[in-house]
Design a protein around this ligand. Structure first.
Ligand SMILES: [Zn+2]
Length: 275
């Protein structure tokens, strides 16, 4: 997989593509006449810096703030690369305060993996992305909100809406209404904080109900190489609903109704694990 690439999504929105080698997620930039809002701070200051460099080279309006989609390290630990305010929901800020108080030495990090406070999956990625953590600065968001916050960029008002879900209870989506771009972060993904990754039917149903407020022309998932157009996004949402229907109706027998190795089979597997 290639390194992160700068990509135009719509006239007002750009993104930095993900890089699975160190689990770098998608970063976004939404620009209006009053400035540019960054979506997610990235896995390390080097990650965010690389994206900011691309934006600067294009003479885009100055960065005014960074919005976080959730607290996970790969979306938040890059914030120190910029001095603009970080905006997040209350739970994201609390979770980052916990992370900021931790000892980030190799030994302490390895112990947290053993204690179930850090994912074994993340450990090699953290070590590769942040090899020297002696000066690690985890920024605690300065602007916080309970469920909704708007960022006025002049000719567009960007909506931050907390949607929660199984992946992270603090998941927030970022909506740019003029070009109809929706940043989903990792909201649609399964919960990884368990021996078996899982989704729950109530969690997925509640999430889909919240997302029904948006009709994106472009939807961006946190670790997806591609941008979804309206049709692909509708299919993704429909598949999540279909998986819930199947598991509700058939329980374990739902597996037999799906094609081996398909996305639907994977979703059914997560939902069965989450019962
Ligand atoms: Zn995540």
């Amino acid at each position: 997989m290639a390194a992160c690439r700068f990509e135009e999504v719509s006239p007002r929105v750009d993104r930095f593509t993900p890089d699975e080698r160190t689990d770098r997620p998608v970063l976004g930039a939404i620009r209006g006449t009053a400035g540019t809002l960054i979506v997610d701070a990235g896995a390390s200051p080097a990650h965010l810096d690389a994206f900011l460099g691309e934006l600067m080279a294009r003479d885009h309006p100055p960065i005014v703030s960074i919005a976080l989609t959730h607290w996970h390290w790969d979306h938040s630990f890059g914030a120190a690369a910029s001095s603009v305010p970080v905006i997040a929901c209350d739970e994201t800020a609390s979770a980052l305060a916990v992370q900021a108080a931790y000892d980030w030495s190799d030994a302490a990090l390895a112990q947290r993996v053993r204690d179930g406070l850090e994912l074994a999956f993340s450990l090699p990625h953290i070590l590769a992305e942040l090899p020297d953590r002696s000066q690690l600065e985890i920024v605690i968001p300065q602007v916080t909100f309970a469920t909704a916050h708007d960022v006025d960029l002049g000719d567009t008002i960007v909506a931050l809406r907390k949607v929660g879900g199984d992946h992270a209870v603090d998941s927030v989506v970022v909506w740019e209404p003029e070009d109809r771009v929706l940043f989903l972060g990792d909201a649609l993904y399964q919960c990884l904080w368990s021996d078996t990754p899982y989704l729950t039917i109530p969690g997925v149903r509640a999430l889909l109900a919240q997302l029904a407020a948006f009709d994106p022309a472009y939807a961006l998932e946190g670790h997806d190489d591609k941008v979804c157009d309206a049709t692909t996004y509708a299919a993704r949402i429909a598949e999540l609903a279909a998986a819930c229907d199947l598991v509700e109706r058939l329980g374990d027998a739902a597996v037999a109704e799906t094609e081996d190795g398909s996305d639907l089979a994977e979703l059914v597997g997560y939902l069965l694990a989450g019962r």
